[in-house]
Design a protein around this ligand. Structure first.
Ligand code: TZP
Ligand code: MG
Length: 227
């Protein structure tokens, strides 16, 4: 279930963190207020991802932080992850659901208002929306811009995590544009004090006067409740 206090989503991206440092970084992010954590390891072997995921999962579990894998739905059950995040070019959400089961969380990346609206039919538990700004973490994508944030929140009754180029400095304007939840990758992982950075972002998110999210038509299941 994606609850309303899941407003800061952190990604343990091995493009920025060495596998040896990943566990301590996960602990620091959680201590700073990250409420969902994803392991993103685009250039590591399946074995490294499997081992790391098995080590990160209990750290998240003991803090009540859902832990998702980027890609690899087939590793979810084995590693004790709570779900998986997939992209537009990955396996379809319905197929992912068949693999991970009804209780796992599934996130889907979207990169335009059209993709975000189309995602409603696929029924993931949340969407990522962005990149808002250009970002070295996902360099080949056209930024969607702040102007789309309000529109996507009006049209998509799913939890929406804005992503891409978000920093402590631009977070106020991202929130003012209508964002309620954000993913921050490089700025957290490259911060001198990742925990403190998360805490400052988390405080801003929690003090923002975000409008309540719309509920899904026809009611919500426990897993998908956005409440
Ligand atoms: N998807 C859209 S933008 C992005 C992903 C994974 C990267 C976000 O990283 P950063 O470093 O916070 O810009
Ligand atoms: Mg993917």
């Amino acid at each position: 279930m994606i609850s309303t206090d899941f407003r800061l989503y952190g990604i343990l991206d091995l493009g920025y963190v060495r596998p040896d440092d990943a566990l301590s970084m996960a602990r620091r992010m959680i201590a700073g207020g990250v409420k969902i954590l994803q392991l993103r390891a685009k250039s590591q072997s399946l074995q490294t991802i499997r081992e790391l995921a098995k080590a990160v999962a209990p750290i998240c579990r003991e803090s009540g932080v859902p832990f998702l894998l980027n890609d690899h739905p087939g590793l979810v059950a084995e590693t004790g992850a709570d779900g998986v995040h997939v992209g537009q070019d990955d396996m379809r959400v319905s197929e992912v659901r068949r693999i991970v089961g009804p209780d796992a969380l599934i996130g889907l990346s979207t990169h335009s208002l059209e993709q975000a609206v189309a995602a409603c039919d696929a029924a993931p538990d949340y969407i990522g929306f962005g990149p808002l700004f250009s970002t070295p973490t996902k360099p080949d994508y056209q930024p969607v811009g702040l102007g789309e944030i309000a529109k996507v929140h009006r049209r998509v009754p799913l939890p929406i995590f804005c992503i891409g180029g978000i920093t402590l400095e631009n977070l106020p304007e991202v929130l003012a544009a209508g964002a309620r939840r954000v993913v921050i990758v490089s700025k957290i992982l490259q911060a001198e004090d990742p925990s403190g950075y998360c805490r400052e972002c988390s405080d801003l998110l929690n003090s923002s006067k975000a409008r309540p999210e719309p509920r899904r038509a026809g009611g919500t299941s426990d897993r998908t409740r956005v409440g």
